[in-house]
Design a protein around this ligand. Structure first.
Ligand code: UDP
Ligand code: MG
Length: 315
C-alpha cells in the first residue's frame, strides 16, 4: 500500500539512559512493518530535563537515525508537559504517545493503526491486565477512576493510559485548549472524536525504575479531579446546608427540653464536639476553595507549559 502519510511517536523521557537503546531495539521490528505499509515514521523524543546520560544517548541517535527528533526541555516539567510539547511539535498525520520503557507493547501499535485506517480518529490502548503494576497502584487507580467518573463532566475511560493513537485533527483540537495545567488523560477524553479501543497487557519495565512515586500519583489524581470537575466546591454548599439544618433541629430539641424538663447545665462535651467538628469542616472547605483558587492563580499567570532549550534533528 502506497501512502505518503507520517506516523509520529511522541516519547517523553526523564532519566531514562538505560531504556533509550532497548526501546529502539524493541521497536525496530514493528517500525519496519509500519514502513513496509508505506508510512513514514517520526520518533519525537521529549527530554524532560533528564539529569543523567539520556540526552547524550538521544543526540547520538539523532546523528544515526534520520527519523529521530529530540526536544530538549530546560528543566523537568513533568510528563503532562512533555506530552503537550510532543503534540505541539509532532508533524505526523497520526500521533502515538508511548512510554520509553516499553510497558506499552510495540505489537499493539499495528492494531492501533488498523483501527485508524478504518476511520477512527482516536484509538485507545486499554489495559486488561495490570499484573505488572503493584497492588497499591492498581487499587489506587481503581479508586481514582471511580471518583473522577462520579464527578467529572466528561468521563475518563478506565485503565486507559496515555498510550493511544490520535489523528491529526485530534491533535489540532488539543492544541486549541489554552489551559496551562494539563491533565492529558482528561483533555484527551474532553475533545471527543470517533473512538475505538484496543485491549493489551501492560508489560513490565525494560530498564530503569518508575518515575511516579506515590506522592506524585496522589497529586496527579488531585489534578485530574480538580481540572475536570467543580463538584468538590459544590459539595460544601450541601454539607453546609445539612449541618445548618441539623443544628436548627438540635436547637429546637434543646428549647423543648429546657421548657418541658427544666434547665440542665451539662453540655460541655456536646459543645466541644460541635465546635471541633465545625472547625474541621470549615478548614476542609477552605482547603478545597484554596485548591481551586490556586488553579485560577496559576492559569492567570499565563506562564508557558514548558520551555524548550534546543531542538535536535528533524531538519
Ligand atoms: N516521564 C517524564 N517526565 C517525568 C516523569 C516521567 O517524561 O517527570 C516519562 C518517563 O520517562 C516514561 C513515561 O513518562 O517514558 C512514563 O513514566 P514511568 O514509566 O515512570 O511511569 P509508570 O509507567 O510507572 O506509570
Ligand atoms: Mg512505565
Amino acid at each position: 500500500m502506497a501512502s505518503d502519510k507520517t506516523l509520529s511517536f511522541v516519547i517523553p523521557v526523564y532519566n531514562e539512559e538505560a531504556a533509550v537503546g532497548p526501546f529502539l531495539d524493541g521497536m525496530a521490528d514493528v517500525l519496519g512493518q509500519i514502513e513496509a505499509r508505506g508510512y513514514r515514521v517520526e520518533l519525537l523524543f521529549v527530554d524532560d530535563g533528564s539529569r543523567d546520560g539520556t540526552l547524550a544517548a538521544l543526540t547520538e541517535l539523532v546523528a544515526r537515525d534520520r527519523r529521530v527528533r529530540v526536544l530538549e526541555f530546560s528543566r523537568n516539567f513533568g510528563k503532562e508537559a512533555a506530552l503537550t510539547a510532543g503534540l505541539d511539535a509532532a508533524r505526523g498525520d497520526a500521533l502515538i504517545p508511548i512510554d520509553v520503557d516499553l510497558q506499552d507493547p510495540p505489537q499493539v501499535i499495528l492494531q492501533l493503526i488498523d483501527a485508524w485506517e478504518q476511520g477512527y480518529e482516536v484509538v485507545l490502548g486499554h489495559r486488561t491486565d495490570r499484573a505488572s503494576d503493584s497492588l497499591l497502584k492498581r487499587a489506587s487507580a481503581r479508586w481514582f477512576y471511580r471518583v473522577v467518573n462520579a464527578v467529572a463532566d466528561t468521563p475518563v475511560p478506565e485503565n486507559v493510559g496515555d498510550f493511544r493513537l490520535i489523528d491529526r485533527c485530534v491533535a489540532d483540537a488539543l492544541k486549541r485548549l489554552p489551559e496551562r495545567r494539563r491533565f492529558m488523560k482528561g483533555l484527551f477524553a474532553w475533545v471527543g472524536f470517533r473512538t475505538a479501543v484496543v485491549d493489551y497487557q501492560r508489560a513490565p519495565r525494560i530498564a530503569g525504575t518508575t518515575k511516579f512515586s506515590g506522592w506524585k500519583l496522589w497529586n496527579l489524581a488531585l489534578e485530574g479531579i480538580t481540572s475536570f470537575s467543580t463538584a468538590p466546591l459544590r459539595l460544601w454548599t450541601y454539607l453546609g446546608a445539612a449541618v445548618a439544618l441539623l443544628a436548627f433541629f438540635y436547637a429546637l430539641y434543646i428549647v423543648f427540653r429546657v421548657l418541658w424538663l427544666g434547665v440542665d447545665l451539662p453540655g460541655y462535651a456536646s459543645l466541644l464536639v460541635a465546635v471541633l467538628f465545625m472547625g474541621g469542616v470549615q478548614l476542609i472547605g477552605i482547603g478545597v476553595l484554596g485548591e481551586y483558587l490556586g488553579r485560577v492563580y496559576t492559569e492567570v499567570k499565563q506562564r508557558p507549559t514548558y520551555i524548550v532549550r534546543r531542538e535536535h534533528g528533524g531538519q
